[in-house]
Design a protein around this ligand. Sequence first.
Ligand code: S3P
Length: 425
Amino acid sequence: MIQEFKKIESVNGEINLPGDKSISHRALIFSALANGTSVIKNLSNAIDVRSTLNCFEQLGIKYQSVANELKIFGIGYGNLKSPNNSLNAGNSGTTARLLTGILSVQNFDSQIIGDQSLSKRPMKRVIEPLQLMGGKFSSNDFKLPLKIFANSTPRSIVYELKIPSAQVKSAILLAGVHLDEETCVIENDVIRNHTELMLDLKIEERENQRLIYSSKKDYPKSAEYFIPSDISSASFLIVLALLTKNSTLVIRNVSLNKTRTGLLEHLIKMGAKIKYENINSSMQETYGDLIVESSHLKNIPIDKNQIPNLIDEIPALSIAGFFAEGYFEVRNAKELRVKESDRISSIVKNFKLLGVEIEEYEDGFAIIGKEILNLVLLESYDDHRIAMAFGILFSLLKDGGKINNFETVNISNPNFINQLESVSR
Ligand code: S3P
């Protein structure tokens, strides 16, 4: 589907967004594993989150949708059912990798499959540590389809993360909650910490390192979750509000988890007027209202340590960077190459199509040009965040523009266009 964008003059009003995708996946997974009924409020309506729910349905979990809440009837320790068919993680890396952790310590065989994009993404990063835990796998050269064999002798490990990946950390810790002895994950970078916060895991802080422990005593318990609004979905509206004149946008109850606010912190350093109000928390996850006003932005280097905390927001940030004073550069972000698309290549190709001078590096890119020379149909590359980022760019141009295969936004935010229209003037 081709989506057309017209120029948006200003962004005003208040908006509530669906729940954060990462927190929603975890709330579903923990509720499914727990013994008893859990209730989830403001769950994300993303297709990715639906993939997690569908997989757990095949593993024997029942659920019920009541008004704005989802009730999950958790199955309890050791009661997951051996699935009759392959579990389809769709486009969702979080579903595939977290599920691999859980399934690698079960007493039945299973298989995870995914769509074309997910089938190209690396699974070695979870397979390797889970093999050390006794997990047995067969894969297509460390990619999906992934067969996971029954593990009769699971063992705990101490594992230092080789790449800054919250999905890898979570897969190991979730295998760990099935074992009597403590498993320990050592991380050297600050990466998203929803799993350890929501499960209230033991954490030891060392100089520049964190040690996170899980064992059977941390096995998920039934709970009531409120999922804060998705900061990654918010990022596109934030950038639009900053870059349009006479704009004041209030986004309610946005996740303000410290490992996720990299974009906000960087934008503030660039001169963005962003305020936080009404700070609250649920299951140790902090959230609050964001007040965003039109601002004059200046590009500054992105702190290397911040990259993992704004990695998903780089498509949105690059649009802010294109319109900001000075040139915009991303380095140290090789991980972008293995997201839903190769995001370095997708961003570079789209700017090139627009006639904007841009340089590509193995670990990033630099947008040098400031002018759009050709208004052409852009590709989403079947990547939801690329689609939304360039949708925002076109919303800032006098003549607007069009994006192909825009339906990919359903992966994280099916209501994107409605949200955009509801705050645009
Ligand atoms: C996620 C972790 C991040 C992020 C992804 C969601 C998660 O990936 O990019 O969108 O929910 O754990 P990494 O595993 O590479 O950190």
